[in-house]
Write a protein that binds this ligand. Sequence first.
Ligand SMILES: NC(=O)c1ccc[n+]([C@@H]2O[C@H](COP(=O)([O-])OP(=O)(O)OC[C@H]3O[C@@H](n4cnc5c(N)ncnc54)[C@H](O)[C@@H]3O)[C@@H](O)[C@H]2O)c1
Length: 257
Amino acid sequence: MTMLAGQVAIVTGAGGGIGRGIVDRFVREGARVTAVDFDVERLEALAGLYGDAVRTVVADVADWDANRAVVETTLEAFGRLDCFVGNAGIFDHGMRLEAMEGANIPGAATELLGVNLIGYLLGVRASLDALRASKGNVILTGSFASTEPSGGGILYTISKHGVVGAVRQLAYELAPDIRVNGVSPGVAPTVLKGVSSLGQVEQSAVFPGTAALLPLARMPEAADFGGTYAFLASRDAAHITGSMLPVDSGLAIRGIG
Ligand SMILES: NC(=O)c1ccc[n+]([C@@H]2O[C@H](COP(=O)([O-])OP(=O)(O)OC[C@H]3O[C@@H](n4cnc5c(N)ncnc54)[C@H](O)[C@@H]3O)[C@@H](O)[C@H]2O)c1
């Protein structure tokens, strides 16, 4: 018996990296998936791979109408929705507050928070009725930066701290019908898009030297995170809500030794 047999999920940021790993794992566990990304080329690599089990939708998660359209497409294609995974994200490549011109901060904050935090809220809001009907669940991607400094710069860190608040508040608001949890990856060897209003382009998500600092001494693959999401979406997690599950290669227990 697969973990997610008969379930239907929406996964954002599904074109690559951790999101693609979630799609692959959910399909292996028996789910049908709407895979959402605004990167057309990345989605094309996924389209057709799983036949009718995966529907790809090009959408900007920071846009309300786009989120509504994603849910409508999902219900038309699959008839139900059991899990919304908010995972799309952009990175500030560790930029410090003092490195930003003051006049650029409002635009940069709007851009980054619009994807990493508001995009999640829009996706959950658009999914609410369908998730209530299925007694479904929400999973949001946090980060090591959800609890610690230096996992990113100031904008990324406040966005990922905000994910913890979103998970806890939404778990409170949506109980008993909908469970809400998060996954906090430590590091994964992906290439994250930057804040375009700051002139940032794609760059490795892993800071130089990080691999040598991991207590578990192994850099995970992006695909390694999918199982944690599948677990949280499954009936085995029926009594878990409001939790952030760290998958951080031991970063939080490095200590000072
Ligand atoms: N890679 C890491 O080390 C790491 C660590 C902690 C948390 N994370 C988080 O994991 C999540 C996935 O990131 P990843 O590392 O797999 O990087 P990634 O760049 O491979 O995946 C992110 C995806 O989101 C998409 N995306 C970005 N903005 C979008 C928008 N407005 N609308 C739709 N799609 C959009 C991108 O096109 C990309 O395919 C992010 O939330 C990231 O913050 C990553």
